[in-house]
Design a protein around this ligand. Structure first.
Ligand SMILES: [Zn+2]
Length: 268
């Protein structure tokens, strides 16, 4: 009798394990998924980027259902209820992570130039690419390139409101400024030509406020080193998690999402 019971129990367990691991809805919300490469790549895809406003329950459910890659996903239909019911704690943490990263973003960091003859900025997805300055490492951001224009030309505005957390010279980042958003994301702008004003740690920043100008500072031990790479803005987005103080996530798709929200300015 006991033997039959044990066999039945083993069969039941095997079936359950099989079910859980073959059902992506459950499988993809295991462990600290917000610390994985798949999550951090933040592949929002074109359809999500076209949305005027993000619904974080919808986004969370879509990401779990599609294995954290919404590139090529057209239908944004998602039901968050079963995922939330299955793993309420992990679901909330994952949703919170998306809200922290994306919830405060308001503006693309480079205004749209109304002077039509001036070329616009360009950028591509280079998060995770190899970098060698200062030792082998991975690119923790997205580079917005200034096309054929000298340092100091393109204005750089804050993507969110927040508080200046770090400012000043860094060997790799050059003249950089880091803003902590209200939800807790750390938004990092590097290689500036100059600051708009003398920012100090603790200064409040408004979304869209002029931080400084795009440049090519950095990659030098000496403060003020310029000219070691093309003029561009390096944008970094960092998340604090249980195990990491600063976990880099990919800004590329977040920037795509912000493209429809650009301040307009006239600079030449
Ligand atoms: Zn960069």
């Amino acid at each position: 009798m006991i033997l039959i019971f044990l066999i039945l129990l083993a069969l039941f367990q095997a079936t359950m394990v099989d079910y859980l691991y073959n059902n992506p809805t459950y499988y993809q919300l295991d462990g600290a998924v917000w610390e994985t490469e798949a999550f951090r790549a933040l592949r929002l895809g074109e359809s999500v980027c076209r949305l005027e406003k993000l619904d974080f329950d919808q986004l969370t459910a879509l990401m779990v259902e599609h294995g954290y890659d919404l590139t090529g996903v057209d239908s944004l239909q998602a039901d968050s209820a079963p995922i939330r019911a299955a793993k309420p704690e992990a679901y909330e943490k994952l949703k919170q992570a998306y809200e922290t990263i994306l919830g405060d973003l308001v503006y693309f960091p480079i205004p749209l130039n109304e002077a039509a003859e001036v070329p616009d900025v360009t950028y591509s997805d280079s998060w995770g690419d190899g970098r060698t300055y200062g030792g082998d490492r991975r690119h923790e951001g997205c580079d917005i390139m200034g096309e054929e224009k000298p340092r100091g030309f393109y204005p750089v505005v804050s993507m969110s409101e927040g508080v200046v957390e770090k400012v000043g010279w860094l060997e790799q980042g050059g003249w950089r400024i880091g803003v902590r958003s209200p939800s807790g994301a750390y938004l990092y702008y590097a290689h500036l030509y100059r600051y708009e004003r003398e920012w100090k740690e603790g200064d409040p920043v408004r979304a869209g406020e002029l931080l400084g100008f795009m440049g090519d500072s950095g990659y030098g031990k000496e403060e003020g080193t310029v000219g070691n790479f093309p003029v561009h803005l390096h944008v970094g987005i960092y998340l604090e998690t249980d195990n990491y103080e600063e976990l880099s996530v990919n800004p590329y798709w977040a920037l795509k999402y912000l493209e429809k929200r650009r301040l307009r300015a006239n600079f030449r």
